[in-house]
Design a binder for this molecule. Structure first.
Ligand code: ATP
Length: 509
């Protein structure tokens, strides 16, 4: 049996809702599957993640694998683009996930996510479960054993296989993850994941357009505009953060698989002969970045793809890898946070061919006086999956605290950096605390809280993941010091009130 997950997703989801990190979208109308809203704390957390990415990718000077500063500029392209973009990118023809419907439960699953558990015996039943879903797998095991009147699984008798490998006879014997009867799962069928809409007043196929399923194509389509309007030269990157939409077959696992989500994508254009060095450099750079913002435990892993699982654009090339996090719902397995891929010249060439503007997608090297398609290294991350990983990583149980739990965010990611409290609401303490709050909030998200006992105020801040609480007490009146309480250790230190601002700047980056 796999190790039991140490953190329960139910508890994390419930804290997210209670404290205003994440709500179900349109909850008052019963919600809508695959869509989520970020509450006040969640909005700050996700914004901190996106700002850190932008700061570290676009604003900070990185030194590349050849010792030179790395040039990267930003872009904010439209969500709806000319539909020809999606023909060129391969999404209209190929953005299909084979899908399986269950006639009994009406649930729909991605065929490549379904596994089956069965017995190596003619005519025996097979039980389907969603890959990496430990609970569903355990349920399938239990039913199989009950059906066979056995106590334990026997490696010689039992097997686990991908649903896509079943023949028609085996499918007829297979019980779906949410079904009771066998044979209710359909054959896998193609399903396009793009949301379709109409542009203009008339609903006509000629006006059909798509909500972008990734931000990357807006970057490729603007390649020539960026070159012509700036001084960037290969090697250089274009970065974009924005919404993407996919009509996912089975949205699940909280925000992990949503139908509307945000991506943080970088397309980095290079000379083809430098692909191996840039690919390895970006892969390592990106892994180290996730560690730097708090995913430091062994819940984070870098996984190089096997060649047979590479996407169409990456069959040849320096490689593809995923940066993965061990979420409570994937444990002991991992789920993708970010993909780093050498996309070759695939996208620029496609746009050159489909737009008929060959020269616009090619790069002109002035020094060498030659035109070529640069290759692309693409680190493509999800802001929602990143936020979810930060939430899961931060969730720390501690029975000794009144809150029973605290959110151990990296100070740079924490939604609220400091809570500022007057110890009692008299003797001028509230006025000093409010003044300090006004000063600190100019640069950092801080919360002034004069209500309830100090213990209850600490507990609220622990659940919000606030790294520091600053209390104005009687010593502030006599010696101008404040008491700073550290979230993780619960230790307290005294500090001169005049020193707090610079100290907080240094702590939260
Ligand atoms: P998956 O295999 O999980 O469907 P993918 O390989 O299709 O993901 P990409 O197309 O590489 O994902 O997208 C880049 C990033 O966008 C992913 O690493 C992930 O963080 C994010 N992402 C993709 N699909 C979703 C989704 N449905 N919900 C939330 N984030 C997503």
């Amino acid at each position: 049996m796999p190790d039991a997950p140490t953190k329960s997703m139910e508890e994390i989801v419930s804290l997210c809702r209670r404290r205003g990190f994440i709500f179900q979208s349109s909850e008052i109308y019963g919600g809508i599957n695959g869509f989520w809203d970020y509450g006040p704390l969640g909005t700050e957390l996700k914004r901190n993640l996106k700002n850190a990415w932008w700061q570290d990718i676009v604003r900070n000077e990185l030194i590349g694998p050849f010792g030179d500063p790395v040039q990267i500029v930003g872009l904010d392209s439209s969500i709806i683009m000319n539909p020809k973009v999606w023909v060129a990118s391969g999404h209209v023809g190929g953005f299909n996930d084979p899908m399986v419907d269950c006639r009994e439960s009406k649930a729909r699953y991605r065929a490549d996510h379904l596994m089956v558990l069965g017995a190596a015996e003619d005519g025996a039943r097979l039980y389907a479960f969603i890959d990496n879903d430990t609970e569903q797998r355990a349920k399938a095991e239990k039913i199989l054993l009950k059906y066979e009147r056995r106590e334990v699984l026997d490696a010689a008798r039992h097997f686990v296989r991908a649903f896509t490998t079943l023949n028609a006879d085996e499918r007829a014997r297979c019980v779906g993850p949410d079904a009771k009867e066998p044979g209710t799962l359909t054959e896998p069928r193609q399903f396009n994941l793009m949301f379709k809409t109409n542009v203009g007043a008339i609903e006509d196929p000629a006006n059909a357009a798509y909500l972008r399923p990734e931000t990357a194509q807006g970057i490729f389509a603007n390649f020539d505009n960026v070159i012509n309007s700036t001084r960037v030269r290969v090697p250089f990157g274009i970065a974009q953060i924005g919404k993407a939409f996919r009509n996912e077959v089975t949205p699940r696992n909280f925000t992990f698989r949503s139908r509307e989500f945000e991506q943080m994508e970088l397309e980095f254009f290079i000379r083809p002969d430098q692909a191996a060095q840039w690919y390895a450099w970006w892969r390592d750079q990106r892994f180290a970045w996730w560690q730097s913002i708090g995913l430091t435990s062994d819940n984070l892993q870098l996984r190089e793809h096997d060649r047979d699982e590479l996407a169409h654009y990456a069959k040849v090339g320096a490689g593809t890898s995923d940066i993965e996090y061990k979420f409570p719902f994937t444990s002991p397995g991992f789920g993708e946070l970010e993909g780093v891929a050498h996309r070759g010249e695939f996208d620029l060439r496609q746009h050159a061919e489909h737009s008929g503007k060959n020269d616009k997608a090619k790069y002109f090297d002035q020094e060498k006086n030659e035109r070529y398609f640069p290759h692309v290294i693409e680190p493509s991350a999800g802001a929602d999956r990143g936020t979810l990983a930060l939430l899961c990583e931060a969730y720390t149980k501690d029975e000794s605290r009144p809150s029973g739990v605290f959110m151990k965010f990296h100070p740079r990611m924490a939604p609220v950096k400091a809570g500022i409290f007057p110890l009692v609401n008299k003797d001028g303490m509230p006025e000093i605390a409010e003044r300090l709050h006004r000063e600190l909030r100019k640069r950092h998200m801080c919360e002034y809280d004069p209500k309830q006992t100090i213990g209850k105020r600490y507990a609220r801040m622990d659940e919000a993941g606030t790294p520091f609480c600053i209390t104005i007490d009687s010593e502030t009146l006599s010696a101008h010091t404040v008491t700073v309480r550290h979230r993780d250790t619960q230790l307290q230190e005294k500090m001169h009130i005049e020193a707090v601002s610079a100290w907080l700047d240094a702590q939260v980056g």
